[in-house]
Design a protein. Structure first.
Length: 321
């Protein structure tokens, strides 16, 4: 009798899976964001949360869980139920780099996350304070070579793409400067525009307003082609540095084991949302491009990024703040 009861319960659970996925979402869905409110990842999450609610009929609630370069949020997310009611809006640092930097097996995106789609892609830009006497990339590199260790770079945190790009530049080009880590983009940018530090590799989405008012000066962008936001600023690639092709992404993830129909439903909704003209415009104003990848393409992209940047983390012996 007990065996029959157990078998009946197991069969019911199997049969309930597809039905539950078809009914999803039947209540609020939580979007974990690994940064405080107001940053570019948080803004991206809020843009798509509103549209997901419109399309899927349930509230998508933002939960900001900042700390440890995204490790706290990533670890909490990896332990979440895989029922589609807890999702993660992640970026390069929390998804790819935080466990490596922390030197512990908190989670592994390949094992613990289901990549659903990218949300946005943002190039970085090398920017300097007006006090730096360099009008272009060549003059900047010459200045660093003449005065090694003198210039200071504002980093939004250890293990961010901004920081890794800085380490790659120093290692591959034989340069030396002092990296000053901050807890996020806002304090790093504040000190940069105040002249307390000399330069930064920053997201275009953060930097655009300061270029317009002359508080900072752009020298080169990390996209493969020039961007429409800064059409007069050359790329590192066209200036002879093809390895400096780097972008920050925001992406949507589900916990491992989330039913495939839920993942497909989310990806379908996100693809439509990211083609919406009002959404495209919102990201454009941030200096970011709305981009929807399939789960297969997103996983392949993350694998390539892993292969490129994890060796940089290890070579530079980057550790958590």
């Amino acid at each position: 009798m007990r065996f029959r009861t157990l078998m009946a319960a197991a069969l019911a659970a199997v049969l309930a899976g597809p039905a539950a996925a078809q009914e999803w979402p039947a209540r609020n869905v939580k979007l974990i964001v690994p940064y405080p409110p107001g940053g570019n990842v948080d803004t991206a999450a809020r843009i798509v949360a509103d549209k997901l609610q419109e399309r899927l009929g349930q509230p998508f609630i933002i939960e900001n869980k900042a700390g440890a370069g995204g490790l706290i949020a990533g670890e909490a997310f990896a332990k979440s139920p895989n029922d589609g009611y807890t999702l993660f809006v992640g970026a390069n640092g929390p998804v790819l780099f935080a466990p490596e930097i922390a030197k512990r097996d908190a989670y592994d995106w390949k094992r613990d996350f289901v990549p659903i789609t990218t949300i946005s892609m943002t190039p970085l830009v090398l920017e300097v304070h007006p006090s730096v006497k360099a009008q272009n990339l060549k003059e900047f590199l010459d200045l660093v070579k003449r005065e090694p260790g003198k210039l200071t770079m504002a980093s939004p945190g250890a293990g961010t793409t901004n920081h890794l790009l800085s380490e790659l530049a120093q290692s591959s080009l034989g340069l030396q400067w002092v990296t000053v880590h901050y807890r996020g983009n806002a304090p790093a940018t504040n000190d940069l525009i105040g002249g307390q530090v000399h330069f930064a590799f920053d997201q275009i989405s953060v930097a655009l307003q300061y270029f317009k008012n002359g508080m900072l000066r752009p020298l080169a962008v990390t996209s493969a082609q020039r961007t429409s936001w800064l059409p007069d600023v050359p790329t590192f690639k066209e200036l002879g540095y093809p390895d400096f092709d780097a972008q920050t992404f925001t992406g949507l993830f589900a916990p491992a084991g989330t039913p495939a129909p839920i993942v497909a439903k989310l990806q379908e909704a996100m693809t439509a949302i990211l083609k919406d003209a009002s959404v495209v415009e919102k990201f454009n104003k941030l200096g970011a491009e709305a981009v929807a990848m399939t789960p297969v393409d997103f996983r392949a992209y993350l694998s390539r990024e892993d292969a490129k940047w994890i060796p940089v983390v290890r070579k530079a012996n980057i550790k958590a703040d």
